[in-house]
Design a protein around this ligand. Structure first.
Ligand SMILES: C[S@@+](CC[C@H](N)C(=O)[O-])C[C@H]1O[C@@H](n2cnc3c(N)ncnc32)[C@H](O)[C@@H]1O
Ligand SMILES: [Zn+2]
Length: 269
């Protein structure tokens, strides 16, 4: 049973043929590709908020080659360790949907799964993986989910809103938060920046009880130039390359790069 809520009035959404409708008559059509656009106009900072198509395509190629499956497996283990099956699970900022889809495949149960992203292009790509996930164009600052209805929210490399996490999760629900550590992809940073800034990671701690928090490190071997450029182009670093450093891109081939991330499991009480 889905837990979708109207983004305008937060009343339950009820499926009515090809649209979802709330008690107040707010109505949202299901797109041909089988996603729902629950992003309100005032939420849109631009006409096309979120990650752009090029960056999403690079992400899709990179993820589908399995390079980040180590991260995926850690997340699935945390979900299975802390939450009983079947669950109500939201993947916040799901991008082009790879992790959401693979989480569903690996859990292989009757969990109800939602993938939400502010990027319409991302959600349109996600629908191609499966129609068995509620794919939602929406804003993490106004999650279209009923109060206290989710068992777990996964948030991989994306922005979260503390009040909304708390509102959507059941009492004692879990957040699985994946964030990049300062040395994540350090080899790219060494190529691009004159100096690597090591920031404190304090700003990414959320104000909930930490149940488990650990670093996951792995060196991955990008097998060819295409794979190296895909990963580089899905990171913000690509857009920070100074003009005089651009020729470096021509020389790139296979490449060893460090994954260095933090996985934190929070419980909301
Ligand atoms: C770095 S990507 C990560 C995507 C995916 N979790 C992954 O790891 O492949 C961050 C994602 O957050 C989305 N995003 C940014 N602001 C958002 C917001 N306010 N609400 C929902 N999604 C947002 C972007 O569109 C983008 O897809
Ligand atoms: Zn409504």
């Amino acid at each position: 049973m889905h837990q979708l809520a109207c983004p305008k009035c937060h009343e339950p959404l009820v499926l009515n043929q090809k649209s979802y409708r709330c008690f107040h008559g707010h109505c949202y059509d299901i797109a041909k590709q089988k996603y729902i656009n629950l992003l309100l106009n005032p939420d849109k900072a631009t006409n096309n908020p979120g990650d752009n198509k090029e960056s999403l395509l690079c992400r899709q190629h990179h993820l589908n080659k399995g390079y980040y499956d180590g991260i995926l497996n850690e997340v699935v283990q945390c979900i299975e360790k802390y939450t009983p099956s079947p669950r109500q699970l939201l993947d916040l900022g799901c991008g082009e949907g790879y992790y959401t889809y693979r989480i569903k495949q690996l859990l292989n149960d009757d969990s109800t799964i939602y993938g939400l992203d502010i990027s319409k292009a991302g959600i349109q790509m996600a629908t191609k993986y499966t129609k068995d996930i509620y794919w939602i164009v929406g804003n993490s600052k106004n999650i279209p989910i009923l109060d206290h209805s989710l068992d777990v929210i996964t948030a991989l490399f994306t922005v979260v809103n503390v009040a909304e996490l708390k509102r959507c999760l059941k009492n004692n629900g879990y957040i699985i938060h994946v964030t990049a550590n300062p040395y994540h992809l350090v080899e790219f940073k060494e190529l691009i920046y004159d100096e690597i800034k090591v920031k404190s990671d304090q700003y990414i701690r959320l104000p909930f009880d930490i149940i488990e928090s650990y670093d996951y490190k792995q060196t991955i071997h990008l097998k060819n130039r295409e794979d190296t450029l895909n990963l580089l182009q899905m990171t913000p670093h690509y857009y920070h390359i100074k003009k005089e450093r651009r020729p470096i891109l021509e020389t790139l081939g296979e490449f060893d790069v460090t994954i260095d991330i933090r996985i934190t499991v929070y419980q909301v009480s």
